[in-house]
Design a protein around this ligand. Sequence first.
Ligand code: ZN
Length: 102
Amino acid sequence: MTMRTIPAHAASTIGDFRRYPGCRLLLSCAACGWSRTYNPERVIGRLQELRAGGHTTRLTDVRQRIGWNCPRCARMRWRMAFAWPPGLGPAEVKRLTAQARN
Ligand SMILES: [Zn+2]
């Protein structure tokens, strides 16, 4: 059961999560594969609280704000992308997308 990463590009912003209903923000270590996920809305809330950004903050900039090392390998080679949680199949994504439009 693994997350399905949604391909991002250099200009992807954290506010793009709205295009992918049900997605999570996936932070993963490029060195060892350790990962954890976040609720994108909460990360945006936190950026706003710190006056450090918001919906238009690029994923690459969010990543650069991470000030800690990987708990498994102690390196700092973070990757950040949106991802679908395990079990969220195409049918469920379609349903959530329709819901978001209404
Ligand atoms: Zn690591």
